[in-house]
Design a protein around this ligand. Structure first.
Ligand code: NAP
Length: 541
């Protein structure tokens, strides 16, 4: 071969992993360094980070407390990394993930700038054939999706958007060189966690900010602050303890849910408990009582407390009423936490527009027109969320045995076993797939559990001389029932417009997607399945 010819790229692997965020990085480490497999990660972005690579909107910060928003599999890694603030900001999370990738020498097995556009199971060859946007084909025995749950941007199909003369952006596809709001009239559509984080930051920078609110939302102050040296030291000294708490709670956070009912205390005591939880701030507010998410009347007490806080903070009574006019139980949608969100509406350069009663009718060349008025704008920011959980999987055009598309198998909503595998799609594993706790859990905790389960499963197959695993239809039916039952035992399905139900994407089946039975319970179910010889799965040579 002449010297000038590049060596042919390897196209056959034991495993292909799609995505280089928290999931993909750890899955690569496990399969390559623990099992000795020949593995390749395919990543659409030009760097590691996954969801955090794309979500760099103003104010982007994780709502999990920083000391819990990291891997815990390595005590050394846990102890050597120091977060600077109570909640990690997007650039700091990127630094952390790059640190992990470099520390474990992961980047050499990641192909960046490589978007997967197709994956097809070849039954005769017993392997997956994966196609990239550049037209390359790669094959592997195992295919693992590590594509995140909130990575397919949902830009609403509002008429007139192509004619808008200004610039528009979706928060989940934010330009890497930032957006200059100085002197601009900015419109922000959406008041979920993202809109609530971005509002105060954009308001600081823009000439005027108009927030278009369809569904008002609760929010609890984050009380973000730099971490003290004492706290950092305490975290370093408590790796095992923190890991134990996070793995033992339903939601994977480093705090326990109080074992008391709303009805165990007097109204005055309850008020004092809510005040203390408000003063502490963060997602922990949910943990003030054990029945907030299962008893609507109990939830009403928290909801009323939070609505009253809005009325106290926001000076203009009409604006306060619009913000507090919340129609769902507290935390039935993913509860946002904020830094001065409600107080931002006291600024002279911020306006709230109700688009529930007067919906957005069209985008005009000069702004947004609702049923009531037209708002001239230079920039529109869509904080309109994602085609969550199933979106990132379905857009990859995955086809299983006999060419059956995942989109067809999931026409009426996602069906799988343990959120991990789908019948007819052998050796395909979906990290934090629908039907697993995923988004109802602190994500790194959910991710570590899935990655380790998948790794153990592949190790088991290899040890037994087996090549293939997939679930039975009956196991999937049973799991779908369990996922539905778990959701029904909570108030979560009562937020009828939530993305947990797919309700934010027109035409998407209304199915409660994540497993709401709690991470600790889910972990024990998965452990039991592995320990008892994988009932519900068919394994073959
Ligand atoms: P989201 O919760 O789905 O909120 C989208 C918002 O856009 C909602 O207020 C929605 O109103 C509105 N919207 C959508 N289409 C609209 C339309 N055509 N007209 C008017 N309003 C429209 O999305 P998100 O805020 O990006 O958050 C998604 C999830 O990402 C969160 O729940 C959370 O799990 C995660 N997240 C995490 C963090 C963090 O940890 N730091 C930060 C941000 C996001 P409706 O409610 O009426 O549909």
């Amino acid at each position: 071969m002449p010297d000038m010819m590049p060596a042919p790229a390897n196209r056959t692997f034991d495993a292909l992993i799609i995505g280089a965020g928290f999931s993909g990085l750890y899955q690569l480490l496990c399969l390559r360094d623990r099992l000795g497999l020949n593995v390749q990660v395919l990543e659409a972005g030009d760097g590691v980070g996954g969801t955090w690579y794309w979500n760099r909107y103003p104010g982007a910060r994780c709502d999990s407390e920083s000391h819990s928003y990291n891997y815990t599999f390595s005590k050394e890694l846990f102890e050597e990394w120091e977060w600077s603030e109570r909640y990690p900001e997007q650039p700091e999370i990127m630094r952390y993930l790059n640190h992990v990738a470099d520390r474990f020498d992961l980047k050499r097995d990641i192909r960046f700038g490589t978007r997967v556009v197709g994956a097809c199971y070849d039954d005769a060859a017993k392997s997956w054939e994966v196609t990239t946007e550049a037209g390359e084909t790669l094959t592997a025995q195992f295919l693992i999706t590590a594509v995140g749950c909130l990575s397919t941007a949902n830009v609403p199909a509002i008429p007139g958007l192509p004619d808008f003369a200004g610039r528009w952006y979706h928060t989940g596809q934010w330009p890497h060189d930032g957006v200059d709001f100085k002197g601009k009239r900015v419109g922000l559509v959406g008041t979920g966690s993202t809109g609530i984080q971005a509002t105060p930051v954009i308001a600081e920078a823009a000439a005027h900010l108009t927030v278009f609110q369809r569904t008002p939302n609760y929010s609890v102050p984050a009380h973000n602050a730099p971490l003290t040296p004492e706290f950092k030291q305490w975290v370093k000294s408590n790796h095992a303890k923190l890991r134990g708490i996070m793995q033992g709670t339903p939601n994977g956070h480093p705090f326990v849910i109080e074992d008391r009912s709303v009805w165990d205390v007097t109204a005055e005591q309850r008020q004092a408990i809510y005040e203390a939880a408000w003063a502490k701030g963060g997602l922990q507010f949910r943990a003030a009582f054990r029945d907030l998410l299962i008893d609507k009347e109990a939830n009403d007490t928290a909801a009323e407390f939070l609505k009253n806080k809005i009325r106290e903070i926001v000076k203009d009574p009409a604006t306060a009423e619009l913000l507090a006019d919340i129609d769902h139980p507290y935390a039935a949608k993913r509860p946002p936490i904020d830094s001065d969100y409600f107080a931002t509406f006291n600024r002279p350069n911020v306006t709230l527009v109700d688009v529930r009663r007067a919906p957005i009718e069209r985008i005009t060349p000069s702004g947004i027109r609702t049923g009531k008025a037209e708002y001239p704008l230079d920039i529109i920011v869509f904080a309109t969320g994602f085609d969550a959980m199933t979106g990132p999987l379905l857009r990859m055009n995955i086809k299983g045995r006999d060419g059956r598309a995942l989109a067809e198998a999931w026409e009426a909503g996602p069906r799988n076993y343990l959120g991990l595998q789908v019948a007819g799609f052998p050796n395909l594993f979906t990290i934090t797939g629908p039907g697993s706790p995923s988004v109802l859990c602190n994500m790194p905790v959910a991710i570590e559990q899935h990655v380790e389960w998948i790794t153990d499963c592949i190790a088991h197959l290899r040890a037994e001389g087996l090549a293939r695993i997939e679930p039975t239809e009956a196991a999937m039916d049973d799991w779908v029932t369990q996922v539905n039952d778990a959701a029904r035992s909570t108030l979560l399905p009562q937020a009828h417009h939530s993305w947990y139900l797919g309700a934010n994407v027109p035409g998407k089946p209304r199915v409660f997607m994540p497993y709401a039975g709690g991470m600790a319970r889910y972990r024990s179910i998965c452990d039991e399945v592995a320990a008892t010889g994988y009932p519900g799965f068919v394994r073959s040579a």
